[in-house]
Design a protein. Structure first.
Length: 164
């Protein structure tokens, strides 16, 4: 792969991250037994759907595509490439999401993936030239941080229940 990603490719990776994240949460929701966990995971899937739509809309706007990259040394593109290769939320069925997986493992894995997506979006943000688009990415980062908080709080609750 070349060390540089163009704006279309960056947004395509962002759409992919959100789409696979949503699929992960939906699959996990089907596998866990706890009704509160099912609801929480389904809610996170819906949030990922809304992020996917935002990135799809950005991809469809030629004005945004022309404003995205401000990376003369290729540092942001190289950084984003590393995340694109890792794919944050894997496209293939995740072996960690199988029948019988513990809710603790689902939550830990989801936290890890959300943290990777935040790092990826910070990379996109560093390549932004438009303040308006930079703010949209900042809003997504803030929501992804909320996902980490929600998942972490739920994990603490699950761990506390299992230690009783």
């Amino acid at each position: 792969m070349s060390p540089a990603l163009n704006a279309e490719e960056i947004l395509e990776v962002a759409v992919h991250i959100e789409r696979t994240g949503s699929a992960y949460y939906r699959r996990a929701a089907k596998l866990v037994e706890d009704p509160a966990a099912k609801e929480m995971l389904t809610g996170l899937a819906k949030m990922e759907d809304s992020h996917e739509l935002l990135f799809e809309n950005m991809r469809a706007d030629p004005g945004i595509l022309s404003q995205l990259i401000g990376d003369p040394n290729g540092e942001a593109a190289s950084y984003l490439h590393a995340f694109a290769d890792d794919q944050v939320f894997p496209a293939a069925p995740d072996p960690q999401i199988q029948s019988g997986i513990s809710l603790q493992d689902v939550l830990r894995h989801a936290i890890s993936m959300e943290l990777k997506s935040i790092a990826f979006y910070h990379g996109i943000q560093s390549a932004m030239r438009s303040d308006a688009q930079n703010q949209k990415i900042a809003d997504i980062i803030r929501e992804e941080r909320q996902h980490v908080t929600i998942l972490s709080q739920h994990l603490v609750s699950v761990l506390a229940q299992s230690s009783r």
